[in-house]
Design a protein around this ligand. Sequence first.
Ligand code: UD1
Length: 352
Amino acid sequence: MSHVLVTGGAGFIGRHVTAALLAAGHDVRILDSGHPAAHKRPLPPDIHGVPVTHADLRDADTVGAALDGIDAVVHQAAMVGMGVDLADLPAYVGANDLGTAVLLAAMASAGVRRLVLASSMVVYGEGAYECPVHGPVRPAPRDVADLRRGEFDPRCPRCAAPLDPMLVDEDAPLEPRSVYAATKVAQEHLSAAWAAGTGGTVAALRYHNVYGPGMPRDTPYSGVAAIFRSALAAGRPPRLYEDGAQRRDFVHVSDVAQANVAALESTAAGAAAGGLRAYNVASGRPATVGELATALTAALAGPAPIVTGEFRAGDVRHVVASPARAAAELGFTATIPPAEGFAAFADAPLRG
Ligand code: UD1
């Protein structure tokens, strides 16, 4: 049994992580800022019976006090998603990077040597691709003129042939393409520096597209699954950007929670003391955004999805993950296949 501090423990993923840690017999403490992007209502006094300390990670005194007697930190607190516009930039960097820096400094001084970090697949930018002629290649960001013409798939930088999407593994180069993505890369690097300086260990869990009960309703910070749910609840069809054939790995939040428990308990996680080890947290079964929309519409007998041809600046086309390292080193394999998870999510409660 470990004494664990869960940051962001009142959020969508943090609540599931808290429940899974408790079920695994750990003692849990929660710190959460109640950030308005994630919480439209005041924070509850407790989550699953665990009292919530309402504080921002940048409040060094409160963070230091919360670490008293703690063996490990499971760091979920962050501003997520695409945000509204670049006016969000200081808020993302402040919450995600300065917040993490204050947390790491407090852990260093409190002697806490174990960290499970909620990272993200956004650190990769585009997923992995292979050219039929030139083998593995890294495409440049898509050209807006191509997107306007409806050419959504990245092309080979050498011969312009259409590329095949491949499974991205943890050794892929980091290429953040949004403010949020840049803050997640920075969190990984700051945590690695902390590990090197303290002899601590970090498991960086690169979550793919997480969905499930308790997901926040439609906000500029929500993922597509919640956006589609909110549209259907209002009697509107899901609107597919591009042609709806873009692929993601949608992973159920209860599997994500189990990955956190596995990372906390695994002696292999973090590899050697003083290091960071990254893990994809994914279902291992890619789906298109269109398949997600069709599954939700079918389960709710809602209006059929509309292919809009619209696109979001900076969106990547396909990111599908290899779950092999987490299986081999953490013993974590997702248990909920997307078809089953999407059907259950169709009428799962969302958080207002
Ligand atoms: C983005 C974030 C990711 C975050 C996730 C959920 C970046 C680069 N990525 O990932 O970190 O975890 O949001 O907050 O910051 N789509 C539609 N219709 C819609 C909305 C979205 O077709 O109404 C499409 C998008 O164009 C995209 C896919 O759905 O192709 C997934 O979008 P989204 O859920 O926002 O996730 P990501 O872009 O994968």
